[in-house]
Each structure stands twice: as C-alpha cells, then as structure tokens.
Design a protein around this ligand. Structure first.
Ligand code: ADP
Ligand code: MG
Length: 259
C-alpha cells in the first residue's frame, strides 16, 4: 500500500459563465479505497467527475493520477479518451448498455481490444477472457441472464451490467455516479454489496445522496461531503453525520436525509 495518493485533486476550481461549480477543491484518493462523496443536488459532484475524466477542464489547480510521484500523469493535459486509457473508468447516472445485444456480448464489447462492434463480436475470445467474463457475470449476478438482450433487464440489472462493462476494461479507478438512483431498496442493497466486494482490488469513488446507501457502503471508510463545489467535511460516516455544518446544509433538509 502506497502512502502517495493514487489520485490527487488540489486547489481545483471550475466556473461556468461565472457560476462557481467547483471552488478550491482538494481531494486525495488512495489505492484500494472505497470513498463516498455526498452532497445535495448542485453541490458539484458530477462536475467533480467531469474534471477527473477530462470531460471538463479546470480553470486552475492540479489533477494528477498515479501512486508513484515520479511517474504520475497530469490529467489536466489529457483528453477523455487518454484518461480512460490510463485506467480511470466512469459510470454515468443513467445506464448506457447496448440494448440490442445480449448481456454476454455487452461485456465482450467492453473488453480492451479491437474497436468497433463487428471486430469485437467476431473475434475469438481467449479462454482467459472467457473465464474473466464468466467471473464478472457472477460478480454482477447476471450469470443466468447472460443470453438475455440487455434491453430486457430491470433498471438495477442494467446498472450492474454497466458496472461489469467498466470492470471488463480492468480500470484502476472506478468513478460511479449515483448508482442507487431509481433502484428498489433491494437493488440498492445489492449494489452496495457489489461495491464493497470491488473495493481493495479497485479504488472507487461513489457519488451518492441516498443516505441509507452511503451508510451501508461507507462502513469504516472516509466520506467526503461536498457543498457549493468545495469540501465541507471529511471523515467516517458517523463523524460526518453528526457534523453540525453537514446537518445544516444537507442532512437537515429532510427529503434527502432519508429514503
Ligand atoms: P451535482 O452532481 O452535485 O448535483 P453538478 O456537478 O451536476 O452537481 O452541478 C453543479 C453546478 O454546476 C450546477 O449548478 C450546474 O448547473 C453547474 N454545471 C455543471 N455542469 C455545467 C455545464 N456543463 N455548463 C453549465 N453549468 C454546469
Ligand atoms: Mg450529479
């Protein structure tokens, strides 16, 4: 375990037409961590992911990737594709699976290798790839639906498939945006179990505002509270939950505080 962060975000700001979406943000993610980032709507959570993944460029500040300080990458210099290739995978809030393809083929299409649907589907998979995808199917609990068209899956299952598609690319960092949105309580709980299982092997940032879900996955991990584009508070779930500032801006607002 390295003591240098895998992902360093330092003094980062981003404005849109004068509106401060992110202000002097500091964030450090360590290898194998499962970090939850919470905050009310508009706090800047998705923008934070946009900045890490190169979808948006910061006005100022440092965004670096790599646990070895001598060989880290300056992400502000790279485009979305290059950042993804370095091993930073993002899952957007709405699932985007290939609805006309089977669950299995969705995973095949996500493997590193030839680009383009035809090239991917008609290549011969190595037995290593096959075994890996079988493992992935088990992990995302879709083994018995491998031949289903993805369009027929329930909302929660589509989300899991998309997590599987990300994992097929063997990312080092997984950025997951509000995975529990629109899920039933049971789906939400299973999603939490999945993320807990993935932590350690992967370094994960989960953005969420469902508190029951955050409580489930945070356990002994750090929770970061974003408010108006900056870090309001960081700590264990219980510390964050009892923090007065957090209660005022977020938990106290009722609607978002409970499910
Ligand atoms: P969250 O994900 O926490 O709900 P967002 O990061 O989506 O918040 O948004 C933070 C603020 O930044 C919002 O007020 C939003 O309108 C603004 N914002 C985000 N992206 C853009 C953009 N591409 N253009 C203009 N404003 C944006
Ligand atoms: Mg968002």
């Amino acid at each position: 375990m390295s003591y240098h962060p895998l992902l360093t975000v330092e003094d980062v700001s981003k404005t849109y037409d004068g509106f401060k979406a992110i202000t002097n943000l500091n964030f450090y993610l360590f290898q194998g961590e499962l970090r939850t980032v919470i905050g009310p709507n508009g706090a800047g959570k998705s923008t934070f992911f946009d900045l890490i993944t190169g979808r948006a460029k910061p006005d100022k500040g440092k965004i670096e990737f790599g646990a070895d300080p001598a060989a880290s990458h300056d992400l502000t210099e790279l485009n979305e594709y290059e950042i993804n290739r370095l091993g930073i995978g993002r899952k957007f809030q709405t699932p985007s699976v290939y609805v006309e393809h089977t669950v299995w083929n969705n995973l095949v299409l996500s493997l590193k290798g030839p680009r383009g649907v035809f090239a991917s589907l008609f290549r011969k998979l190595s037995s290593t790839d096959r075994d890996r995808l079988d493992e992935l199917l088990k992990l995302i609990r879709l083994s018995d639906k491998r031949d289903w068209n993805a369009g027929l899956l329930a909302h929660g299952e589509k989300q899991w498939l998309e997590i599987g598609m990300l994992l097929a690319q063997e990312p080092k960092v997984l950025l997951v945006d509000e995975p529990a949105a629109g899920m039933t309580d049971e789906e939400t709980h299973r999603t939490g179990e999945l993320l807990i299982e993935l932590s350690g092997k992967h370094s994960i940032v989960v953005v969420e505002h469902d508190m029951a879900f955050v409580k489930q996955i945070a356990r002994d991990n750090q929770v970061t509270v974003l408010h108006q584009g900056t870090v309001l508070c960081e700590g264990k779930f219980d510390e964050v939950q009892s923090n007065q500032k957090v209660r005022e801006v977020y938990l106290g607002r009722g609607k978002h505080g409970t499910r």
